[in-house]
Design a protein around this ligand. Structure first.
Ligand code: HEC
Ligand code: HEC
Ligand code: HEC
Ligand code: HEC
Length: 175
């Protein structure tokens, strides 16, 4: 009897485990968003992001200022240091077992702010906001920005959410 109960318990653990895995949302990389989000008529979000601070955040980690900060903190290479890349790249923030295509040099990419795209990336789901959210899409808010825009940043500048939103805006003019 004891063995039978143990078996049932093990089965439950096994099935619960695989159920959770099937629900996991994975990171696909910014290039996968580009194919639908780079048209001028709907706001070319990829192009705007590419020219902005977040797509270029890894570049700052190899500049002179980064080297000076790193030296002071005893960090050998800021471009690979987990303490730097956790805010300068989506790659540095995510569980690598959920990474299907995020490259370190894409910086702070779409999926940091909008959530891992493996399940919401289809046209049918994306057109429906509620379904997109059910499938892992995040609607970014001030709290999310402040996961990085805070005093832990060695170069922290006071963060004004409304002003910052304007600087990175990439709206869809067709909406
Ligand atoms: C197969 C095409 C396709 C792909 C791939 C795709 N999207 Fe979309 N997405 C759409 C369409 C269509 C809409 C609805 C029109 C709109 O809001 O621009 C949309 C809407 C959105 C919205 C607005 C949701 C809302 O209502 O607030 C966000 C944010 C978004 N997509 C992010 C992404 C991200 C990030 C990726 C990559 C991980 C991605 N999309 C990949 C087609 C796509
Ligand atoms: C994963 C961390 C992270 C998140 C989340 C994040 N940022 Fe940033 N942001 C950065 C980094 C890193 C830089 C600096 C990029 C550089 O210059 O190398 C930056 C730079 C900026 C800049 C340009 C510098 C400035 O202060 O004027 C703006 C504007 C900005 N972010 C707005 C936002 C907004 C708005 C949000 C939330 C919707 C947000 N960020 C979320 C990491 C993040
Ligand atoms: C808590 C998140 C966070 C961490 C950790 C972080 N950064 Fe940043 N970094 C930012 C943000 C946000 C910005 C944009 C400006 C600001 O508010 O500091 C930025 C900007 C920068 C800049 C550009 C500053 C400018 O004015 O152009 C450099 C250089 C930099 N970081 C280096 C580093 C180095 C080196 C490390 C690791 C020792 C590091 N950062 C760790 C969030 C972070
Ligand atoms: C730093 C965070 C951040 C990054 C990185 C980011 N976005 Fe956004 N995105 C936002 C915010 C904030 C909004 C506005 C949300 C709102 O209006 O409620 C937004 C809105 C959108 C919308 C809806 C536009 C509309 O008018 O309906 C789309 C589509 C979108 N983003 C796609 C992308 C794609 C694709 C990428 C990467 C190429 C990307 N975003 C990168 C923060 C980000």
């Amino acid at each position: 009897m004891v063995n039978k109960n143990l078996l049932i318990a093990l089965c439950l653990i096994f099935f619960t485990g695989s159920f959770l895995t099937a629900q996991d949302f994975e990171y696909i990389g910014a290039v996968k968003c580009k194919m639908c989000h780079n048209k001028p008529a709907t706001g070319e979000q990829f192009k705007i992001w590419s020219a902005g601070p977040h797509a270029n955040a890894m570049k700052s980690l190899s500049g002179e200022q980064a080297m000076a900060i790193a030296k002071e903190k005893g960090i050998a290479d800021p471009t690979t240091d987990p303490g730097c890349i956790k805010c300068h790249s989506t790659f540095g923030r995510i569980d690598q077992s959920l990474n299907l295509g995020v490259k370190i040099d894409e910086g702070v990419s779409c999926e940091t702010c909008h959530g891992p795209g493996s399940k919401y990336k289809t046209n049918t789901i994306m057109k429906d906001r509620a379904k997109s959210i059910e499938n892992g899409m995040i609607v970014p808010d001030e709290k999310l920005c402040k996961e990085c825009h805070n005093e832990q940043s060695p170069t922290y500048k006071p963060f004004n959410y409304q002003e910052a939103l304007k600087k990175i805006a990439h709206p869809n003019p067709a909406k």
